[in-house]
Write a protein that binds this ligand. Structure first.
Ligand SMILES: [Zn+2]
Length: 207
């Protein structure tokens, strides 16, 4: 089973990814992890990636594909994969279609207003960096370590609205692409993580 997860920041994508990965014993595939692993091997490709990253640049499209191809060739064909954060745009999606067969694309569907509400309620612990939400705690004391919970400077309304717009602008062509291929499954992610997971399991069981 090979699945792609699409969802805005604060859509609950990280939580769902963790739950699906565990239940179906999938390998989670993220571009960041693959690039880091390639750098760690010390290969020519890895050295190149490291140089680009040190210069503060974006790793080129072709290089990302090379790394992805290398990874896909290294895992057995029947091993389940969960793509998270890749593909990021239409170009990557078309390239991925040529590399392997994807079984389903799960889209976590949340209203922009709900994303905004969740983002603005986000609290980060200043000591252990744990993330929680104003909905779940009634003081500014971290439940994990007792440190102080603070609102990050970039969790203000203007920045969050920009983040949401960037997400929708880049993801909309992807959604259309997978919808056209009949692979897109929408999940109502505006409620609890449990409800989100129930819908995902129902979709994946019917594949
Ligand atoms: Zn803490």
């Amino acid at each position: 089973m090979k699945i792609i997860l699409l969802g805005a920041p604060n859509s609950g994508k990280g939580t769902l990814a963790g739950n699906i990965k565990e239940k179906y014993n999938l390998i989670q595939v993220s571009t960041g992890d693959l690039l880091r692993a390639e750098v760690a091997t010390g290969s020519e490709l890895g050295k190149h990636i490291h140089e680009v990253q040190l210069s503060g640049g974006m790793v080129e499209f072709e290089t990302v594909l090379d790394v992805m191809n290398k990874f896909l060739a290294s895992v057995p064909e029947d091993k389940g994969l969960l793509f998270d954060g890749f593909p990021r745009d239409l170009k990557q999606a078309e390239a991925l279609s040529k590399m392997t067969k994807i079984d389903a694309v799960l889209l976590l569907d949340v209203e922009p207003d709900e994303i905004l509400r969740r983002a603005l309620g986000r609290l980060t612990c200043s000591s252990c960096k744990a993330v929680t939400n104003k909905e779940y705690v009634d003081s500014n004391i971290c439940p994990k370590c007792g440190g102080e919970l603070v609102t990050r400077a970039d969790d203000n309304e203007e920045t969050v609205r920009k983040r949401i717009k960037t997400y929708f602008d880049s993801t909309y062509p992807l959604i259309e692409y997978y919808e056209r291929l009949g692979m897109l499954h929408k999940i109502d992610a505006g409620h609890t993580p449990t409800y989100t997971m129930e819908q995902a399991v129902a979709i994946l069981s019917s594949l």
